[in-house]
Design a protein around this ligand. Structure first.
Ligand SMILES: Cc1cc2nc3c(=O)[nH]c(=O)nc-3n(C[C@H](O)[C@H](O)[C@H](O)COP(=O)(O)OP(=O)(O)OC[C@H]3O[C@@H](n4cnc5c(N)ncnc54)[C@H](O)[C@@H]3O)c2cc1C
Length: 409
C-alpha cells in the first residue's frame, strides 16, 4: 500500500486524493476504491490513524447500540447528519467492525466495543483491505494548501515539496486536539484564505477546570461514581474523575456544551436518595455522630465524595435543609474547559453552509470534506467515530458519483 519513495517521480497522479488517514479518510478511501477509482491517502504523520489508535487505549467505543432516531439526537447537527447516519449508523458500524474480523460486545450502557478492547487489530485488517483495493498510502505527506479548485495539490515531505495530481480531493484532516497525533487544525487557515466559512474550534468532550483547595490533593485521580451533575436545566448521571485541573469523564462530557457556557454546575452526591429521605436520615442522626461519620456510615459516601462535600460548601450549614442542599445540590464552580489540546474532540470547523448535501465545498467544485473537521459535536459514547466513518463513506461515494457525472459531460 505504501509505495511512494524518493526514487519515484515527484508528481503522482490519482483519480481521488484523500488527505488524512483517520477513520473518515480511510472510509472515504475504501468507498472511492470500491467504485473502481485510483485512490491515494496522504497523511502528515509517519503512520496512519494515530488518534484512532489512541481512542483504542480506552477500549475503542465504536458506536452506541441505539435505534437510529435515538442515536441521531445526540448530535448538534441533526438535520445535515440525518441522511448520512441513516445510511451508516450503529448497525452499520458494528457490521463494519465485524467485517474486519472484530467481534464486538455491548456494555451495560449500550456502548459497543471490539472484544479486543483496542484499535490495532481492526486498523491492521482495514489497512490490508485498502491495500487489496489498490489504495496508495502516502506517509509524511503534509498538505500545505492553498485550497484551490483544480487538480494539483502541494505537500511537504521529507524529500521536499511534491505535487500530487487528482481529479477529486477529499479532505479529512480531523479537528484541533491532540496535535501530536497529527490533527493540529492547521488546515483551517487555508480554508479561511480561500473564503470557506468555519466556526471557531472549541474543546469538546473535555474536562472542566475547578480551582481546588489543597484539601483535594489526596483525591486526584479518584473516581466519583453514581453522581448527578446539573447545569442549565440539563442533567447527567454517571461517573467522573477528580484531577489536579478539575473534573473529567463521561458525566462531564455529556454536558459539555452547557458546562462550557456556565460558571456553576450543581452536584448531587446521592441521586438514588430523595431529598425528603435524606432529610429524614439527617433528622434521625445520633447527636454524637460527627457529620463525616454520618456521611460515611449512613449516607455511604466514600472518602473522595466526603472530601468534595466539604470542599464545595463552606462553612458547612448546621440546619437540616442546608445539609440536604450540601449533599444533593452542591454548587460546583467551573473556571472553563481544560486546554483544547487535551480534548477528546473539537467542535467547530467547516460550517454546513459551506457544504452541499454531498459534503462538497460549494465554493470549490471537486473538493469534499469528511469527519471531525466539519462543524458538528456529539458526546463520547461511540458517536464520534460513527459519524467520522459515516461522513467518510458519504463523501467517498459522493466523490465517486461526481467523477462519473463529470466524465459523462
Ligand atoms: C484520547 C481519545 C480517546 C477517544 N476515544 C474515542 C472513542 O472511544 N470513541 C469515539 O467515538 N471517539 C473517540 N475519540 C475521538 C475520535 O478518535 C476522533 O473523533 C476521530 O479519530 C476523528 O476522525 P477523523 O478521521 O475525522 O480525524 P483524525 O482521526 O483526527 O485523523 C485526521 C488525520 O489527518 C492528518 N492530517 C491533519 N492535517 C494534515 C495535513 N495538513 N496534511 C496531511 N495530513 C493531515 C492527521 O495526521 C490525522 O491522521 C477519542 C479521541 C481521543 C483523543
Amino acid at each position: 500500500m505504501d509505495n511512494y519513495s524518493s526514487s519515484t517521480p515527484q508528481t503522482l497522479t490519482f483519480d481521488v486524493l484523500i488527505v488524512g488517514a483517520g477513520p473518515a479518510g480511510m472510509m472515504a478511501a475504501e468507498h472511492t476504491a470500491l467504485a473502481g477509482l485510483k485512490v491515494a491517502v496522504a497523511d502528515a504523520m509517519p503512520s496512519p490513524a494515530r488518534k484512532f489508535l489512541m481512542a483504542g487505549k480506552s477500549g475503542l467505543n465504536l458506536t452506541k447500540d441505539e435505534d437510529t432516531a435515538a442515536f441521531i439526537k445526540n448530535y448538534d447537527a441533526i438535520e445535515p447528519l440525518r441522511p448520512i447516519l441513516a445510511e451508516f449508523g450503529p448497525t452499520e458500524a458494528i457490521t463494519f467492525a465485524q467485517g474486519l474480523g472484530q467481534e464486538v460486545f455491548t456494555g451495560s450502557t449500550g456502548r459497543v466495543f471490539p472484544k479486543a478492547m483496542k484499535a490495532s487489530p481492526l486498523l491492521r485488517a482495514w489497512l490490508v483491505r485498502l491495500e487489496n483495493l489498490g489504495v496508495t498510502l502516502l506517509r509524511r505527506h503534509q498538505w500545505v494548501g492553498p485550497l484551490v479548485a483544480g487538480e494539483t495539490h502541494s505537500f511537504e515531505t521529507p524529500s521536499g515539496e511534491v505535487q500530487i495530481q487528482a481529479k477529486v480531493l477529499i479532505l479529512a484532516m480531523g479537528g484541533a486536539s491532540w496535535a501530536r497525533l497529527g490533527s493540529d487544525g492547521a488546515w483551517s487557515k487555508h480554508f479561511t484564505q480561500a473564503g470557506v466559512v468555519q466556526s471557531e474550534f472549541v474543546a469538546a468532550n473535555v474536562g472542566m477546570q475547578v480551582a481546588w483547595s489543597e484539601h483535594m490533593n489526596p483525591h486526584f485521580g479518584k473516581p466519583l461514581k453514581n453522581i448527578k451533575i446539573s447545569v442549565a436545566g440539563a442533567q447527567s448521571r454517571g461517573e467522573f474523575v477528580i484531577s489536579q485541573l478539575g473534573i473529567e469523564g463521561g458525566a462531564v462530557y455529556a454536558l459539555g456544551r452547557m458546562l462550557r457556557s456556565n460558571a456553576f454546575a450543581k452536584l448531587d452526591f446521592v441521586p438514588q436518595i430523595s431529598a425528603s429521605d435524606l432529610y429524614k436520615m439527617i433528622l434521625s442522626r445520633k447527636p454524637k455522630d460527627s457529620l463525616s461519620n454520618f456521611l460515611r456510615k449512613s449516607v455511604k459516601l466514600d472518602a473522595t465524595k466526603r472530601a468534595l462535600v466539604f470542599e464545595l460548601t463552606q462553612p458547612m450549614p448546621r440546619d437540616i435543609n442546608g445539609l440536604v442542599a450540601a449533599i444533593k445540590n452542591a454548587p460546583l464552580p467551573l473556571t472553563g474547559p481544560y486546554p483544547m489540546d487535551q480534548a477528546i474532540s473539537t467542535a467547530g470547523g467547516v460550517m454546513w453552509d459551506a457544504l452541499t448535501p454531498e459534503l462538497m465545498l460549494k465554493s470549490h467544485a471537486g473538493i469534499f470534506c469528511a469527519g471531525e473537521m466539519i462543524d458538528w459535536e456529539a458526546p463520547t459514547g461511540g458517536y464520534l467515530i460513527t459519524a467520522c466513518l459515516a461522513t467518510g463513506r458519504w463523501a467517498g461515494r459522493a466523490a465517486a458519483n461526481y467523477l462519473s457525472a463529470t466524465a459523462r459531460l
